[in-house]
Design a protein around this ligand. Structure first.
Ligand code: HEC
Length: 464
């Protein structure tokens, strides 16, 4: 005992840490802080869990295209605890997305973004954006056929966005198509850059939480006015405040442990998302879709008409961010109680309903290649024998029709080829077919010279 006490005394004397840390833990918070306040700390707790499980995964994961899939298989089947840790990282990502969203809604509804906590809100906004980016890059690191195909679909969507679409697509892919550079870029962002940004902004966010204090609960509301707020808040906390630890912190601890338990149980019982076959740009999968929390966003293209969707795809996230970041500047004063700010309830319900509606549409959407398409009808082909006819057969048999429509028959994944004979030269067409482009496999090893010629003859015949 004595030794321990002396060691503690030595540590205290040499670092000076225990005093300030203890003070921090016991900083006074307003009375009556309830359960909804645990969402922020739980997000942080899950983030730390993600760092731990992610670091463990990174010790085995190989971010190089020739070995990455094998390393994923190794993690999932052989490595000690690999399956559970991959599972925890997988469900942890979902948990973080849910918690960070609920936390934001809570702060939004209770008006805690108002004076003097505008910067708490803004640093929080950055944290959400970066969390979304983490989730996105993480999915790409699960480098199986499903992952790269859903990325290709996303890139096709992004690519349609006006002005920045093409640039953005190339930025994500690190080039024009999915290659090792795409993987390296996603890995570097997911493992180095974005976590560093997250740590920085979490630090700022927590500093501001301590500096500006936890908001008083609704029944002790103080008007958010710069002239009076801080003084009244000080008085309230001095009069009735309680030390954060243990009076408020016990709820945080209990809730975070509960969330951990759920994550671990899911990982043990269900395991991580099963890997599909190794990435193969020549084998489109029936429904390449992102993990559930991005489905509503993919659905923009399935639900809205093309001309609106291509704008919505960039404008929805952009305008949401503009709205969120400017919110404290146009509504940063006055009352905070949700019942006295009815518009805020309207906006919240409308937003949630919209996202859920799109989510449901995304669950049913078919933006992917159509796997089972019928051959082209004879009247569309315009011939029942000869090279054009044979080319049309090959067009169906080789999956071209799954992605390209001819006069309304076939898939919508690639461009409509009804008039391609007028629009492209033979050279351009054969270049695309032999070498592929983003979203389309290269066919040079899959087709013979004669077959390519027949396909070209068929495409040539597609004139306006
Ligand atoms: C998995 C889906 C897919 C399959 C299968 C596919 N393509 Fe494509 N194809 C695309 C996409 C996507 C593009 C457009 C890429 C881009 O430039 O953005 C494209 C572009 C083309 C173009 C150029 C069109 C233009 O307007 O630029 C031609 C021609 C073409 N494909 C022919 C074929 C032929 C012939 C086959 C079968 C041998 C085939 N495609 C199979 C997805 C596919």
């Amino acid at each position: 005992m004595n030794v321990l006490r002396r060691a503690w005394g030595w540590f205290d004397d040499r670092t000076g840490l225990p005093g300030p840390v203890g003070e921090l833990l016991r900083h006074p918070v307003p009375p009556g802080i309830g359960w909804p306040r645990v969402l922020g700390s739980a997000t942080l707790a899950v983030f730390i869990l993600q760092v731990l499980t992610g670091t463990a995964l990174a010790t085995v994961y190989i971010p190089a295209t020739d070995s990455v899939y094998d390393s994923l298989v190794f993690i999932s089947r052989e490595a000690t605890l690999g399956r559970v840790i991959r599972g925890m990282h997988f469900y942890g990502a979902s948990a973080m997305m849910i918690l960070v969203t609920l936390h934001t809604i809570r702060v939004f509804v209770s008006g805690n973004y108002k004076y003097p906590r505008e910067m708490n809100w803004i640093t929080g906004g950055f944290l959400i954006v970066v969390t979304f980016m983490m989730a996105y890059t993480g999915q790409l690191l699960r480098w199986d056929n499903h992952s790269i195909w859903s990325t290709l679909v996303a890139i096709r969507h992004i690519g349609h966005a006006p002005f920045i679409g093409e640039w953005l697509g190339q930025f994500v892919l690190a080039g024009d198509r999915i290659t090792g550079a795409t993987l390296s870029r996603a890995f570097a962002f997911h493992v180095f850059f974005l976590p560093a940004v997250l740590f920085t902004f979490i630090g700022l966010h927590l500093f501001l939480l301590i500096r500006n204090g936890s908001s008083e609960p609704a029944d002790k509301e103080i008007l958010a006015e710069p002239e009076t707020y801080r003084q009244e808040y000080e008085e309230l906390v001095e009069r009735e405040g309680l030390p954060f630890w243990p009076f408020a912190a016990w709820r945080d601890a209990v809730f975070a442990l509960g969330v951990f338990a759920v994550i671990i149980i899911l990982a043990l019982v269900f395991g991580p998302q099963e890997l599909s076959i190794p990435p193969d740009p020549a084998v489109p999968i029936p429904e390449p879709r992102p993990d559930w929390y991005f489905l509503w966003y993919y659905a923009i293209f399935a639900v809205l008409p093309y001309e609106i969707a291509r704008f919505a795809y960039v404008l929805v996230p952009l305008l949401s961010m503009v709205f969120l970041f400017s919110l404290p500047f146009f509504a940063g004063r006055g009352e905070r109680h949700p019942l006295r700010r009815p518009w805020i309830i309207g906006v919240t319900i409308f937003g949630i309903a919209l996202v859920l509606g799109f989510q449901e549409a995304g669950r049913r959407a078919h933006w992917a290649p159509e796997i089972a398409v019928d051959p082209l009808p004879a009247e569309v082909v315009g011939a029942t024998e000869g090279p054009v006819y044979e080319g049309a057969i090959l067009f169906h048999e080789n999956g071209c029709l799954a992605c390209h429509a001819i006069e309304g028959n076939g898939g919508q994944f690639g461009p409509d080829l009804s008039n391609t004979g007028t629009e492209l030269t033979i050279g351009e067409m054969s270049n695309v077919i032999l070498n592929g482009v983003s979203g389309m496999p290269a066919y040079q090893n899959l087709l013979t010279r004669e077959e390519v010629d027949l396909l070209l003859t068929f495409l040539q015949s597609r004139q306006e």
